[in-house]
Design a protein around this ligand. Structure first.
Ligand SMILES: Cc1cc2nc3c(=O)[nH]c(=O)nc-3n(C[C@H](O)[C@H](O)[C@H](O)COP(=O)(O)OP(=O)(O)OC[C@H]3O[C@@H](n4cnc5c(N)ncnc54)[C@H](O)[C@@H]3O)c2cc1C
Length: 294
Protein backbone atom coordinates (compact mmCIF):
# COMPACT_ATOMS: atom_id res chain seq x y z
CA UNK A 1 0.00 0.00 0.00
CA UNK A 2 1.20 3.55 -0.69
CA UNK A 3 2.38 5.83 2.14
CA UNK A 4 -0.16 8.25 3.60
CA UNK A 5 -0.69 10.43 6.64
CA UNK A 6 -3.25 9.22 9.15
CA UNK A 7 -5.27 11.78 11.10
CA UNK A 8 -7.42 10.39 13.94
CA UNK A 9 -9.77 13.38 14.11
CA UNK A 10 -11.16 14.25 17.53
CA UNK A 11 -14.02 16.49 16.39
CA UNK A 12 -16.27 17.37 13.45
CA UNK A 13 -14.43 20.69 13.16
CA UNK A 14 -11.12 18.88 12.77
CA UNK A 15 -12.58 16.60 10.06
CA UNK A 16 -13.91 19.49 7.99
CA UNK A 17 -10.69 21.47 8.52
CA UNK A 18 -8.58 18.61 7.12
CA UNK A 19 -10.96 18.08 4.19
CA UNK A 20 -11.00 21.84 3.51
CA UNK A 21 -7.22 22.05 3.61
CA UNK A 22 -6.42 18.98 1.51
CA UNK A 23 -9.51 18.56 -0.72
CA UNK A 24 -9.16 15.61 -3.09
CA UNK A 25 -5.88 14.56 -1.44
CA UNK A 26 -7.78 13.56 1.72
CA UNK A 27 -10.39 10.88 2.34
CA UNK A 28 -12.58 10.18 5.38
CA UNK A 29 -12.20 6.75 6.97
CA UNK A 30 -15.06 5.04 8.80
CA UNK A 31 -15.02 1.23 9.16
CA UNK A 32 -12.37 0.84 6.46
CA UNK A 33 -13.94 -2.26 4.90
CA UNK A 34 -13.90 -0.66 1.44
CA UNK A 35 -11.13 1.84 2.06
CA UNK A 36 -8.41 -0.64 3.08
CA UNK A 37 -9.24 -2.96 0.19
CA UNK A 38 -9.32 -0.19 -2.41
CA UNK A 39 -6.12 1.38 -1.08
CA UNK A 40 -4.37 -1.99 -1.16
CA UNK A 41 -5.46 -2.40 -4.76
CA UNK A 42 -4.27 1.12 -5.60
CA UNK A 43 -7.75 2.23 -6.66
CA UNK A 44 -7.81 4.98 -4.01
CA UNK A 45 -4.53 6.73 -3.19
CA UNK A 46 -5.29 9.47 -0.63
CA UNK A 47 -2.32 11.34 0.85
CA UNK A 48 -4.29 11.95 4.03
CA UNK A 49 -6.70 9.51 5.66
CA UNK A 50 -8.85 11.23 8.27
CA UNK A 51 -10.57 8.83 10.63
CA UNK A 52 -14.02 10.02 11.69
CA UNK A 53 -14.40 10.27 15.47
CA UNK A 54 -16.78 8.07 17.44
CA UNK A 55 -18.79 11.06 18.68
CA UNK A 56 -22.05 12.75 17.67
CA UNK A 57 -23.14 13.61 15.04
CA UNK A 58 -21.23 10.67 13.51
CA UNK A 59 -22.68 8.21 16.03
CA UNK A 60 -26.12 7.71 17.52
CA UNK A 61 -29.57 6.68 16.38
CA UNK A 62 -32.38 8.93 17.62
CA UNK A 63 -36.02 9.57 16.92
CA UNK A 64 -37.30 13.15 16.73
CA UNK A 65 -39.28 15.53 14.51
CA UNK A 66 -40.71 12.64 12.51
CA UNK A 67 -37.23 11.47 11.55
CA UNK A 68 -34.85 8.75 12.53
CA UNK A 69 -31.42 10.36 12.73
CA UNK A 70 -28.71 7.85 12.01
CA UNK A 71 -25.09 8.88 12.55
CA UNK A 72 -22.95 8.08 9.52
CA UNK A 73 -20.61 5.91 11.64
CA UNK A 74 -23.51 3.67 12.64
CA UNK A 75 -22.47 0.15 11.76
CA UNK A 76 -24.52 -2.32 9.78
CA UNK A 77 -24.74 -4.50 12.87
CA UNK A 78 -26.15 -1.58 14.88
CA UNK A 79 -28.70 -0.87 12.15
CA UNK A 80 -29.64 -4.52 11.99
CA UNK A 81 -30.20 -4.84 15.73
CA UNK A 82 -31.22 -1.36 16.89
CA UNK A 83 -34.76 -1.40 18.38
CA UNK A 84 -35.63 2.01 16.88
CA UNK A 85 -34.49 1.04 13.40
CA UNK A 86 -36.24 -2.31 13.60
CA UNK A 87 -39.45 -0.65 14.76
CA UNK A 88 -39.48 2.44 12.52
CA UNK A 89 -37.53 1.41 9.44
CA UNK A 90 -37.38 -2.40 9.38
CA UNK A 91 -36.50 -2.21 5.68
CA UNK A 92 -33.17 -0.63 6.61
CA UNK A 93 -32.52 -3.14 9.41
CA UNK A 94 -33.15 -6.01 7.00
CA UNK A 95 -30.95 -4.53 4.27
CA UNK A 96 -28.11 -3.86 6.74
CA UNK A 97 -28.37 -7.47 7.92
CA UNK A 98 -27.61 -8.59 4.36
CA UNK A 99 -24.18 -6.94 4.24
CA UNK A 100 -21.17 -9.28 4.30
CA UNK A 101 -20.76 -11.26 7.50
CA UNK A 102 -21.22 -10.36 11.17
CA UNK A 103 -17.52 -9.45 11.33
CA UNK A 104 -17.89 -7.09 8.35
CA UNK A 105 -21.15 -5.68 9.72
CA UNK A 106 -19.43 -4.85 13.01
CA UNK A 107 -17.11 -2.50 11.08
CA UNK A 108 -18.99 -1.44 7.93
CA UNK A 109 -20.96 1.78 8.34
CA UNK A 110 -23.94 3.30 6.61
CA UNK A 111 -21.88 6.41 5.74
CA UNK A 112 -19.28 4.18 4.13
CA UNK A 113 -21.90 2.31 2.11
CA UNK A 114 -23.20 5.66 0.84
CA UNK A 115 -19.67 7.05 0.35
CA UNK A 116 -18.52 4.11 -1.76
CA UNK A 117 -21.66 4.55 -3.88
CA UNK A 118 -21.53 1.07 -5.33
CA UNK A 119 -24.58 0.33 -7.51
CA UNK A 120 -24.82 -2.86 -5.40
CA UNK A 121 -24.53 -1.24 -1.94
CA UNK A 122 -27.21 -3.14 -0.04
CA UNK A 123 -28.53 -0.37 2.22
CA UNK A 124 -28.91 2.07 -0.67
CA UNK A 125 -32.19 0.80 -2.20
CA UNK A 126 -33.65 0.63 1.33
CA UNK A 127 -32.63 4.25 1.97
CA UNK A 128 -34.08 5.26 -1.40
CA UNK A 129 -37.39 3.53 -0.64
CA UNK A 130 -37.46 5.25 2.75
CA UNK A 131 -36.92 8.66 1.09
CA UNK A 132 -33.89 9.26 3.29
CA UNK A 133 -31.65 12.34 3.08
CA UNK A 134 -27.92 12.69 3.57
CA UNK A 135 -26.59 15.52 5.74
CA UNK A 136 -23.24 16.89 4.57
CA UNK A 137 -20.93 19.24 6.43
CA UNK A 138 -18.06 21.32 5.17
CA UNK A 139 -16.31 24.45 6.37
CA UNK A 140 -18.84 26.49 4.42
CA UNK A 141 -21.79 24.95 6.29
CA UNK A 142 -24.34 22.19 6.05
CA UNK A 143 -26.57 20.91 3.28
CA UNK A 144 -29.12 18.12 3.17
CA UNK A 145 -29.36 16.13 -0.05
CA UNK A 146 -32.22 13.71 -0.77
CA UNK A 147 -30.63 10.32 -1.34
CA UNK A 148 -32.59 10.07 -4.60
CA UNK A 149 -30.32 12.88 -5.89
CA UNK A 150 -27.09 11.75 -4.24
CA UNK A 151 -25.70 9.14 -6.65
CA UNK A 152 -24.61 10.13 -10.14
CA UNK A 153 -22.73 7.04 -11.33
CA UNK A 154 -20.84 4.00 -10.08
CA UNK A 155 -18.70 5.31 -7.21
CA UNK A 156 -19.80 8.87 -7.97
CA UNK A 157 -21.91 11.19 -5.86
CA UNK A 158 -22.75 14.87 -5.58
CA UNK A 159 -20.58 15.06 -2.42
CA UNK A 160 -17.64 17.47 -2.77
CA UNK A 161 -14.13 16.45 -1.60
CA UNK A 162 -14.37 19.00 1.24
CA UNK A 163 -17.62 17.51 2.54
CA UNK A 164 -18.31 14.72 5.02
CA UNK A 165 -21.53 12.83 5.70
CA UNK A 166 -22.46 13.51 9.31
CA UNK A 167 -25.74 11.62 9.43
CA UNK A 168 -28.66 10.21 7.52
CA UNK A 169 -32.22 11.39 8.07
CA UNK A 170 -34.94 8.81 7.57
CA UNK A 171 -38.54 10.09 7.65
CA UNK A 172 -40.53 7.77 9.87
CA UNK A 173 -43.31 6.27 7.77
CA UNK A 174 -46.75 6.67 9.32
CA UNK A 175 -50.12 4.99 8.76
CA UNK A 176 -50.64 1.50 7.41
CA UNK A 177 -47.18 0.96 5.99
CA UNK A 178 -45.69 -2.29 4.74
CA UNK A 179 -42.08 -2.87 3.73
CA UNK A 180 -40.11 -5.63 2.05
CA UNK A 181 -36.48 -6.10 1.03
CA UNK A 182 -34.72 -8.88 -0.82
CA UNK A 183 -31.13 -9.39 -1.83
CA UNK A 184 -30.56 -11.94 -4.55
CA UNK A 185 -27.00 -13.30 -4.52
CA UNK A 186 -25.27 -16.53 -5.43
CA UNK A 187 -24.26 -17.20 -1.82
CA UNK A 188 -26.45 -16.60 1.20
CA UNK A 189 -23.74 -14.53 2.95
CA UNK A 190 -20.59 -12.66 1.93
CA UNK A 191 -21.65 -11.98 -1.62
CA UNK A 192 -22.38 -8.98 -3.78
CA UNK A 193 -25.99 -8.58 -4.86
CA UNK A 194 -27.16 -9.72 -8.26
CA UNK A 195 -30.33 -7.72 -7.61
CA UNK A 196 -31.57 -5.79 -4.56
CA UNK A 197 -35.25 -4.84 -4.35
CA UNK A 198 -36.84 -2.62 -1.69
CA UNK A 199 -40.56 -1.85 -1.55
CA UNK A 200 -42.56 0.40 0.76
CA UNK A 201 -46.34 0.66 0.43
CA UNK A 202 -48.86 2.69 2.41
CA UNK A 203 -52.52 1.69 2.21
CA UNK A 204 -55.69 3.44 3.36
CA UNK A 205 -58.46 1.85 5.42
CA UNK A 206 -60.02 0.44 2.23
CA UNK A 207 -56.79 -1.25 1.18
CA UNK A 208 -56.01 1.16 -1.66
CA UNK A 209 -52.34 2.04 -2.07
CA UNK A 210 -51.84 5.72 -1.26
CA UNK A 211 -48.05 5.77 -1.37
CA UNK A 212 -45.68 3.42 -3.16
CA UNK A 213 -41.91 3.31 -3.36
CA UNK A 214 -39.98 0.77 -5.35
CA UNK A 215 -36.17 0.86 -5.39
CA UNK A 216 -33.63 -1.38 -7.10
CA UNK A 217 -29.94 -2.04 -6.60
CA UNK A 218 -27.26 -3.68 -8.77
CA UNK A 219 -29.22 -3.23 -12.00
CA UNK A 220 -28.18 0.27 -13.12
CA UNK A 221 -25.14 2.56 -12.75
CA UNK A 222 -26.68 3.80 -9.49
CA UNK A 223 -29.38 2.46 -7.18
CA UNK A 224 -32.69 3.68 -8.62
CA UNK A 225 -36.30 4.42 -7.75
CA UNK A 226 -38.91 3.17 -10.21
CA UNK A 227 -41.27 6.14 -10.30
CA UNK A 228 -43.38 4.76 -13.18
CA UNK A 229 -44.21 1.66 -11.15
CA UNK A 230 -44.96 3.77 -8.08
CA UNK A 231 -47.41 5.97 -10.01
CA UNK A 232 -49.08 2.92 -11.53
CA UNK A 233 -49.65 1.43 -8.07
CA UNK A 234 -51.12 4.50 -6.39
CA UNK A 235 -54.88 4.68 -5.95
CA UNK A 236 -55.48 0.96 -6.40
CA UNK A 237 -55.73 -2.17 -4.32
CA UNK A 238 -52.99 -4.60 -5.23
CA UNK A 239 -54.11 -7.30 -7.66
CA UNK A 240 -52.23 -9.89 -9.69
CA UNK A 241 -52.61 -7.70 -12.78
CA UNK A 242 -51.42 -4.54 -11.02
CA UNK A 243 -48.43 -6.28 -9.39
CA UNK A 244 -47.45 -7.74 -12.77
CA UNK A 245 -47.75 -4.33 -14.48
CA UNK A 246 -45.65 -2.61 -11.81
CA UNK A 247 -43.06 -5.39 -11.95
CA UNK A 248 -42.91 -5.00 -15.73
CA UNK A 249 -42.24 -1.26 -15.30
CA UNK A 250 -39.46 -2.07 -12.82
CA UNK A 251 -37.94 -4.44 -15.34
CA UNK A 252 -38.10 -1.74 -18.03
CA UNK A 253 -36.41 0.78 -15.71
CA UNK A 254 -33.45 -1.48 -14.99
CA UNK A 255 -30.30 -1.20 -17.10
CA UNK A 256 -28.16 -4.06 -15.79
CA UNK A 257 -24.80 -5.22 -17.01
CA UNK A 258 -23.69 -8.82 -17.47
CA UNK A 259 -20.92 -9.99 -15.16
CA UNK A 260 -19.71 -13.16 -13.44
CA UNK A 261 -22.69 -13.00 -11.06
CA UNK A 262 -25.40 -12.96 -13.70
CA UNK A 263 -26.30 -11.87 -17.21
CA UNK A 264 -28.22 -8.68 -17.88
CA UNK A 265 -31.11 -10.80 -19.13
CA UNK A 266 -31.20 -12.83 -15.89
CA UNK A 267 -31.06 -9.67 -13.79
CA UNK A 268 -33.96 -8.11 -15.70
CA UNK A 269 -36.01 -11.26 -15.23
CA UNK A 270 -35.20 -11.34 -11.51
CA UNK A 271 -36.17 -7.67 -11.14
CA UNK A 272 -39.58 -8.51 -12.55
CA UNK A 273 -40.10 -11.64 -10.43
CA UNK A 274 -38.78 -10.16 -7.20
CA UNK A 275 -40.63 -6.87 -7.56
CA UNK A 276 -43.90 -8.74 -7.98
CA UNK A 277 -43.15 -10.93 -4.96
CA UNK A 278 -42.06 -8.03 -2.78
CA UNK A 279 -45.09 -5.94 -3.72
CA UNK A 280 -47.28 -8.68 -2.31
CA UNK A 281 -45.13 -9.00 0.80
CA UNK A 282 -45.22 -5.27 1.48
CA UNK A 283 -48.94 -5.09 0.70
CA UNK A 284 -49.74 -7.93 3.09
CA UNK A 285 -47.53 -6.33 5.72
CA UNK A 286 -49.42 -3.02 5.30
CA UNK A 287 -52.83 -4.72 5.38
CA UNK A 288 -51.89 -6.54 8.59
CA UNK A 289 -51.60 -3.17 10.37
CA UNK A 290 -54.70 -1.95 12.15
CA UNK A 291 -56.91 0.38 10.11
CA UNK A 292 -56.75 3.97 11.30
CA UNK A 293 -60.55 4.22 11.47
CA UNK A 294 -60.62 7.58 9.69
C1 LIG B 1 -15.60 -9.06 2.79
C2 LIG B 1 -16.49 -7.91 2.44
C3 LIG B 1 -17.83 -8.13 2.20
C4 LIG B 1 -18.67 -7.08 1.87
N1 LIG B 1 -19.99 -7.34 1.65
C5 LIG B 1 -20.82 -6.32 1.33
C6 LIG B 1 -22.21 -6.58 1.10
O1 LIG B 1 -22.69 -7.71 1.20
N2 LIG B 1 -23.00 -5.51 0.79
C7 LIG B 1 -22.52 -4.24 0.69
O2 LIG B 1 -23.28 -3.32 0.41
N3 LIG B 1 -21.20 -3.98 0.89
C8 LIG B 1 -20.36 -4.98 1.21
N4 LIG B 1 -19.02 -4.72 1.41
C9 LIG B 1 -18.53 -3.36 1.22
C10 LIG B 1 -18.43 -2.52 2.50
O3 LIG B 1 -18.39 -3.32 3.66
C11 LIG B 1 -19.60 -1.52 2.61
O4 LIG B 1 -19.66 -0.69 1.48
C12 LIG B 1 -19.48 -0.66 3.89
O5 LIG B 1 -20.72 -0.10 4.18
C13 LIG B 1 -18.43 0.42 3.81
O6 LIG B 1 -18.43 1.09 5.06
P1 LIG B 1 -17.07 1.45 5.82
O7 LIG B 1 -17.47 2.13 7.08
O8 LIG B 1 -16.20 0.27 5.96
O9 LIG B 1 -16.48 2.50 4.80
P2 LIG B 1 -14.93 2.93 4.50
O10 LIG B 1 -14.26 1.76 3.91
O11 LIG B 1 -14.36 3.50 5.76
O12 LIG B 1 -15.19 4.06 3.47
C14 LIG B 1 -15.75 3.78 2.21
C15 LIG B 1 -15.85 5.06 1.38
O13 LIG B 1 -16.80 5.94 1.95
C16 LIG B 1 -16.18 7.16 2.34
N5 LIG B 1 -16.78 7.54 3.61
C17 LIG B 1 -16.91 6.76 4.71
N6 LIG B 1 -17.59 7.43 5.65
C18 LIG B 1 -17.86 8.65 5.14
C19 LIG B 1 -18.53 9.80 5.64
N7 LIG B 1 -19.09 9.83 6.85
N8 LIG B 1 -18.60 10.90 4.84
C20 LIG B 1 -18.07 10.88 3.60
N9 LIG B 1 -17.45 9.82 3.06
C21 LIG B 1 -17.34 8.71 3.83
C22 LIG B 1 -14.69 6.87 2.43
O14 LIG B 1 -13.91 8.02 2.24
C23 LIG B 1 -14.55 5.86 1.31
O15 LIG B 1 -14.53 6.54 0.08
C24 LIG B 1 -18.15 -5.76 1.76
C25 LIG B 1 -16.79 -5.53 2.01
C26 LIG B 1 -15.96 -6.59 2.35
C27 LIG B 1 -14.52 -6.32 2.61
Amino acid sequence: MHAFDYVPAQSLDEVVEVLHQFGERAKPLAGGTDMVLFMERGRWRPDIVVELPHIPPFVGVELGDGHLRVGSRTTMRELETHPLVRAQAPLLATAAGEVGSVQIRNLATVGGNIGTASPAGDTLPALLALDASVRLRSKSGERIVPITEFFVGPGQTVMRPDEVITDVLVPVPSGRVGMAFYKLAVRRYMDIAIVDVAVLLTVNDDGAIIDARVALGAVAPTPIRVYDAEERLKGNELSETLAAEAAELAQQASRPISDQRGSAEYRRLMVQRLTRRLLWQAYQDAMSKAATGR
